[in-house]
Design a protein around this ligand. Structure first.
Ligand code: NAX
Length: 351
C-alpha cells in the first residue's frame, strides 16, 4: 500500500554529486511512524540534513500496523509548508520505498520482546534488514548511502550490506554518532569546556554496552585529555556512563532516546555527504582490517568524511587499556556475525 502527497516520486534518482539544489534528493526513512521517525522527518524537511538549498523528497516506510502513524506524520509535514519538501510518499512496500533512493535511514527494527533470546532478536531483524538490503540493491540510486539506526545496528547493517552485492559495502553504515555525541558531552562537562573545544574522541566497536569511548587521542582546548583526567574517572565513571546512557535516559525520562538519536542520525549523514570540514568523529563502517578488526565487520572507528566517503583515521597508538576494551567489543561483533551467519542471514558470495 502506498499513498503520496506532493509531486510524483516516479522521478529518476537524484544524485547528491550533481547540482542538487535543482533536483530533489530522495530520502527514505524506515520506521517512519515511530518515535525517532517523528523527531527526524521534520528536521530533514527543514533542511538540517542536506542544507538550506537542497530540496528533498521523502519516502516513509512502515509495516502495515504503522502506516496510519506515518500517514499522520505526512499530513503534518504538508502542514509545515516546508519550502524544500518536494513530496512525501508513505508505503509498506520496500521496493517502492527504495526505488531511486539516495539516502536511506533504516530506523525501524524489531525490539527485544519479553523472553526473546539474542538469536531470536537477530533472526527477527535479519528478516527486516535482509529484504531491505535486497530492495536497495534492486532499486536504489547509484550514489545511495545507508545509515542503520535500528538495533542491533552494526549487525543489521552487516545483514543489509550482505543482501546488496551490487552496492559498494562502504555505503552501508551503522549509527554510533549518538554514543560519540554523548561522550563529547560528558567530557566537556567534566572538563568545563565547550563541546566545540573537544576533538579526536572515538567510540570503538559495537553500539552496545561493550562500546569503548576512547579519550586517549582527544584534546580539549588544544590540551591532551589524557593529562586532564585520571584513569579511575575514565574506567569507573566516564566509560560506563556513556555506554549506559540509553538506560539512564529511559530511567529518568520514562522512554528511550529519541530527539538525541534523530539529531545524531542527522549529524552522521550531514557530515558524510558534505564533509563539514573533515572533523574526526565516530561511525560504524565496514572494516578494512584496520586495528585488527576482522575485515567486513561493521564496527565503530575513528573516521573523517573526505570527498563524501568515510575514511578510517589510521595509525593511532593504542595502549593496553584501549586494546583490551576494543578487543572485547569487536569480539561481541564477531559473535553476532557468526550467529547471523549460522542463521543463514549472510548470503554466500559477499561474506
Ligand atoms: P519505535 O518503536 O517508536 O518505532 C519503530 C518503528 O519501526 C515502528 O513504528 C514500527 O512499526 C516500525 N517498523 C518495525 N519494523 C519495520 C519494518 N520492517 N519496516 C519499516 N518499519 C518498521 O522505536 P524508535 O524509538 O523510533 O527506535 C527505533 C530504533 O532505533 C530501535 O531499534 C532502537 O533500538 C534504535 N535506536 C538506536 C540508537 C543508535 O544509537 N543506533 C539510539 C536510539 C534508539 O534506541
Amino acid at each position: 500500500m502506498s499513498t503520496h502527497i506532493g509531486t510524483s516520486p516516479a522521478a529518476v534518482a537524484a544524485s547528491v554529486n550533481v547540482p542538487i539544489h535543482r533536483q530533489p534528493v530522495n530520502v527514505t526513512v524506515t520506521g517512519a511512524g515511530g518515535q525517532i521517525g517523528y523527531a527526524l522527518l521534520f528536521r530533514i524537511a527543514a533542511g538540517a540534513l542536506l542544507g538550506p538549498t537542497t530540496p528533498v523528497r521523502l519516502t516513509l516506510l512502515e509495516i502495515p500496523q504503522g502506516l496510519k502513524a506515518a500517514e499522520g506524520t505526512a499530513l503534518e509535514l504538508e502542514d509545515c509548508a516546508f519550502d524544500l519538501l518536494r513530496g512525501v510518499t508513505v508505503t509498506d512496500d520496500p521496493a517502492v520505498a527504495f526505488a531511486g533512493v539516495n539516502i536511506a535511514l533504516l530506523v525501524g527494527s524489531r525490539p527485544r520482546g519479553p523472553g526473546m533470546e539474542r538469536a531470536d532478536l537477530l533472526e527477527a531483524n535479519g528478516r527486516i534488514f535482509g529484504p531491505q538490503g535486497a530492495a536497495i540493491n534492486a532499486g536504489a540510486a547509484e550514489d545511495v548511502r545507508v545509515l542503520v539506526v535500528g538495533n542491533p545496528a552494526n549487525t543489521n547493517a552487516l545483514i543489509a550490506a550482505a543482501h546488496a552485492p551490487d552496492v559498494p559495502s562502504e555505503r552501508f553504515t551503522a549509527m554510533t554518532r549518538l554514543d560519540h555525541n554523548r561522550a563529547v558531552g560528558q567530557l566537556a562537562n567534566h572538563l568545563d569546556v565547550n563541546v566545540g573545544a573537544i576533538h579526536g574522541l572515538t567510540v570503538w566497536g559495537n553500539h552496545s554496552a561493550s562500546q569503548y569511548p576512547d579519550v586517549f587521542h582527544a584534546t580539549a582546548e588544544g590540551r591532551a585529555v589524557r593529562d586532564l583526567v585520571d584513569e579511575q574517572w575514565l574506567a569507573q565513571t566516564f566509560i560506563p556512563r556513556v555506554a549506559q546512557r540509553g538506560s539512564e535516559i529511559i530511567a529518568v525520562r520514562g522512554g528511550s532516546s529519541v530527539a538525541s538519536a534523530a539529531n545524531a542520525a542527522i549529524d552522521h549523514v550531514a557530515d558524510w555527504v558534505t564533509g563539514r570540514g573533515s572533523e574526526w568523529t565516530s561511525a560504524g563502517v565496514v572494516s578494512d582490517g584496520s586495528y585488527d578488526v576482522p575485515p567486513g565487520l561493521v564496527c565503530s572507528f575513528p573516521v573523517r568524511s573526505v570527498d563524501g566517503q568515510w575514511r578510517i583515521v589510521t595509525g593511532l597508538e593504542r595502549n593496553e587499556f584501549s586494546r583490551s576494551r576494543i578487543a572485547a567489543s569487536v569480539a561481541e561483533l564477531v559473535e553476532e556475525r557468526d550467529a547471523v551467519r549460522a542463521l543463514g542471514l549472510l548470503p554466500l558470495g559477499r561474506r
